[in-house]
Design a protein around this ligand. Structure first.
Ligand SMILES: *Cc1c(COP(=O)(O)O)cnc(C)c1O
Length: 421
C-alpha cells in the first residue's frame, strides 16, 4: 500500500482503538448500529438525487425514492409532525434554511447567548448575521439554568421579534415554550425550537414535546441523543412547509446525503421500537452520574432541581483549573469530555465548566452502577490526584464489557468498522 494512504488508514485504526477503550462523554455524539453503518458505506454515498421523491432531476433514483419516502413517513409518525424535511446535511444547515425561509434582513431574532447555552449557529457571527438579522439575547436565569420566563415575555411584548430560537447546546431542562406562546402570538413571533441535543429524548417521549407545546418549527441534527448518522431534519406544520422546502432545496442544499437518509430511516425504526426505554435510561443515567459526582464533592449545577432532565450535566470546575485543564487531564485518562462556557464566563478558551453527556454510554448499555463507577474514577483523578495511568487502566477495564450498540435490531460492535475486510 502507498505509504501516504497507509498513514491515513493507520490513523483511523488508532482512532477506533482509542474509542474502543475510552469513556465517551461528549454530549453531541453517539454511535450508530452496524446496520446503519453498512448502509453508510453503500453505493448510495456516490449518488445524486436532487429534487423530491417522484420528481428528481436525475435518473437512477427509483430506490432512492423508496428510501426517502419511508424516512419522511416514519419521521412524521415518530414525531407526530404534519410536515418533515430530511434533506439538511447538518443542524446548522437546517437552521440556515429555516431562518432564510422565515425571516428577512432587518428582522429581529431572539436566542440564548453562548454562555447561557446557545449554539454558535444562534450567534450574531453565524446564521442570524448571515441573514442580516438583528439579534437580542433571550433573558436567562443562571440559577435555574433556564430562560427567565417573566423577562422573556416582557421582551417579546416590547420588541416583537420575528423569530425566537429556543433550544440549546448546554440544555439541562425543558424550555418554557407554553409560557412564551401567548406573547409570541400577540407579537406575531414564530417560535423555532432547535432540538439538536434532545431529539432522541423527544423520540422516546421524554424531556418535552415542542410541537404540542407551541413551537411552530423544530430544527434538529440527527446524531446527538438521536443516534443516527450525521444529518438533520426540520419538522413543522403545513403553513411553513413550502417556504422551508424551497430554502432547503434549491436554497441551501443541492444534493442531500442519500446514504445518510437510508441510515436515518433505519434509526427512526430503532427509535420507534426502543426509543422510550433508551430515553428513560438516559435520564436515569444522567441523574445518577450527577448525584455521584455531587456526593464526591464536585460542583454539579442545579442540585436544587435534580441536576438535569436531559442527557447532560454541567459542572463548575474552576477549583480544578477550569474546563480546559480538566478536559485535557481527563483525556489523558481516556475520559473524553469537553470544556464548556457557563453563564458567567466570557472567554470561550478559558471556560469554568465541563459538560458531560451520557447518551452514548447509555446506547452501549451502561446503567446507573457504571455511572457511579465513572464518578469515582473522575474523583480519583481530579480530587485524590491518583496517577493518570492507574486511573486510565480502570477506565479501559470498565469499558471492556460495553462494546456493542443496544436499543437497535442487530446491535453490532460500536467501535469496529462492520465493512472492513
Ligand atoms: C449541535 C448543534 C447544532 C449543529 O448541528 P451540526 O449538525 O453540528 O451542524 C445546532 N444547534 C444546536 C443547539 C446544537 O447543539
Amino acid at each position: 500500500m502507498q505509504k501516504e494512504v497507509e498513514e491515513i488508514i493507520n490513523a483511523v485504526d488508532r482512532h477506533e482503538e482509542l474509542f474502543n477503550n475510552a469513556i465517551p462523554m461528549i454530549a453531541s455524539e453517539n454511535v450508530t448500529s452496524s446496520q446503519v453503518r453498512v448502509l453508510l458505506a453503500s453505493d448510495l454515498s456516490h449518488r445524486y438525487a436532487e429534487g423530491d421523491v417522484g420528481a428528481r432531476f436525475y435518473q437512477g433514483c427509483e430506490f432512492i425514492d423508496v428510501i426517502e419516502a419511508r424516512a419522511i413517513k416514519w419521521a412524521k409518525e415518530l414525531f407526530n409532525a404534519e410536515y418533515v424535511n430530511v434533506k439538511p446535511v447538518s443542524g446548522v444547515n437546517a437552521n440556515i434554511a429555516v431562518v432564510f425561509a422565515l425571516a428577512s434582513p432587518g428582522d429581529l431574532m431572539m436566542a440564548l447567548s453562548i454562555p447561557d447555552g446557545g449554539h454558535i449557529s444562534h450567534a450574531a457571527y453565524s446564521v442570524p448575521g448571515l441573514r442580516g438579522l438583528r439579534l437580542k439575547e433571550l433573558p436567562f436565569d443562571p440559577k435555574e439554568m433556564n430562560i427567565d420566563v417573566d423577562r422573556a415575555v416582557q421582551a417579546i411584548r416590547e420588541l416583537a421579534p420575528e423569530i425566537i430560537m429556543l433550544g440549546a447546546s448546554l440544555f439541562l431542562f425543558p424550555h418554557p415554550i407554553r409560557e412564551l406562546r401567548t406573547a409570541a402570538d400577540e407579537a406575531g413571533t414564530v417560535i423555532v425550537y432547535d432540538a439538536s441535543h434532545v431529539l432522541g429524548l423527544i423520540a422516546g417521549n421524554k424531556f418535552q414535546d415542542p410541537l404540542r407545546e407551541g413551537a411552530d418549527v423544530v430544527t434538529s441534527s440527527t446524531h446527538k441523543t438521536f443516534p443516527g448518522p450525521q444529518g438533520a431534519l426540520i419538522l413543522c406544520g403545513n403553513a411553513q412547509s413550502e417556504a422551508i422546502d424551497r430554502a432547503v432545496f434549491p436554497g441551501t442544499v443541492s444534493n442531500h446525503h442519500l446514504h445518510h437518509i437510508a441510515g436515518l430511516a433505519v434509526t427512526l425504526r430503532e427509535m420507534m421500537q426502543f426509543g422510550e426505554s433508551y430515553a428513560t435510561q438516559i435520564q436515569r443515567n444522567a441523574k445518577a452520574l450527577a448525584q455521584a459526582l455531587y456526593q464526591a464533592g464536585f460542583k454539579v449545577l442545579c442540585e436544587h432541581k435534580g441536576f438535569t432532565e436531559s442527557h447532560q450535566i454541567a459542572i463548575d470546575v474552576r477549583d480544578f483549573g477550569g474546563g480546559d485543564a480538566v478536559a485535557k487531564r481527563l483525556e489523558q485518562a481516556y475520559i473524553i469530555t469537553n470544556k464548556n462556557m457557563l453563564p458567567w464566563d466570557n472567554s470561550p478558551d478559558k471556560p469554568s465548566g465541563l459538560r458531560l453527556g451520557v447518551q452514548e454510554l447509555t446506547r452501549i448499555g451502561m446503567k446507573e452502577s457504571e455511572m457511579i463507577e465513572i464518578a469515582s474514577i473522575m474523583k480519583r483523578l481530579l480530587m485524590d490526584e491518583e496517577p493518570v495511568n492507574t486511573v486510565k487502566q480502570d477506565a479501559i477495564a470498565l469499558k471492556k464489557d460495553f462494546q456493542d450498540v443496544k436499543y437497535s435490531f442487530d446491535g453490532g460492535a460500536a467501535y469496529r468498522n462492520p465493512v472492513k475486510k
